[in-house]
Design a binder for this molecule. Structure first.
Ligand SMILES: Nc1ncnc2c1ncn2[C@@H]1O[C@H](COP(=O)(O)OP(=O)(O)OP(=O)(O)O)[C@@H](O)[C@H]1O
Ligand SMILES: [Mg+2]
Length: 225
């Protein structure tokens, strides 16, 4: 028997409260993510891309359907169990990096390790390694406001990978960058992904970005094409 997918969505739907009832923003979506594969999610604004990613991250609960992680039903987990799973298994990258402004690049990258209970000196060493892998060794002590947009997004990528999660979820990770910077950040991002063997699900409006990933799924008005 072959190994189960890393993540499987079976008929996953999401409703949000709306005036006069509820609104289904994601209709029964079924899809699998294999270990180590890369997938682009595209679709117009409002089509449900971020909603889909939030469900995959366990940040949102589905209104219908089930999510399976390595064959195990995620919808049965408590909030605490889900949070513990997310800390270990998922790295999340947002369009606007969401780094902690008061912390240095190094301290930002150390955060996921500290949350997982990795001792300080070891966390420091691994975070420095993650920054160096993205060409940021000289920027470790800089605060986010002392970094360019592309550098900030690289720090966010280092932070997402530092604890070696099996799944990376990225919501328009290069959307705020100019074309050349976006292409360079994406290149180092994909190289890191291949090296770490993480599965990557990346939301993008940009067909050139999508073309560089293993496959593309499209959303239109809350439905997977
Ligand atoms: N918390 C919420 N409460 C109510 N409606 C929501 C909520 N979050 C999202 N929606 C609605 O769900 C739909 C899908 O939103 P979503 O953010 O997933 O779209 P998207 O494809 O990521 O769009 P964009 O490309 O603009 O980021 C939208 O119509 C949005 O208004
Ligand atoms: Mg979105």
């Amino acid at each position: 028997m072959s190994a189960p997918p890393l993540l499987e969505l079976r008929g996953v739907a999401k409703d949000y409260p709306a005036p006069g009832g509820s609104l289904r923003v994601l209709h029964e979506a079924s899809l699998t993510v294999a270990p180590g594969e890369s997938m682009a999610v595209t679709g117009p604004s409002g089509s449900g891309k971020s909603t889909l990613l939030g469900l995959m991250a366990g940040l949102e609960r589905p209104s219908a359907g089930t999510l399976l992680w390595r064959g195990r039903d995620m919808t049965a987990l408590s909030e605490d169990e889900l949070a513990a799973w997310r800390r270990v298994s998922v790295g999340f990258i947002f369009q606007n990096h969401r780094l902690v402004g008061a912390l240095s690049a190094l301290e930002n990258v150390m955060l996921p390790l500290e949350i997982c209970g990795v001792p300080g000196p070891q966390a420091r060493e691994r975070a420095l390694g993650a920054l160096a892998a993205l060409g940021l060794a000289e920027r470790a002590e800089h605060r986010p406001h002392q970094l360019s947009g592309g550098e900030q997004q690289r720090v966010a990528i280092a932070r997402a990978y530092v604890h070696a999660p099996a799944l990376i979820l990225a919501d328009e990770p290069t959307g705020a960058l100019d074309g050349d910077t976006a292409a360079a950040v994406l290149s180092s991002f994909l190289a890191l992904n291949a090296e770490k063997g993480a599965a990557l699900v990346l939301v993008t409006h940009n067909p050139e970005v999508a073309a560089r990933l293993g496959r593309t799924v499209r959303l239109a008005r809350g439905r997977l094409a």
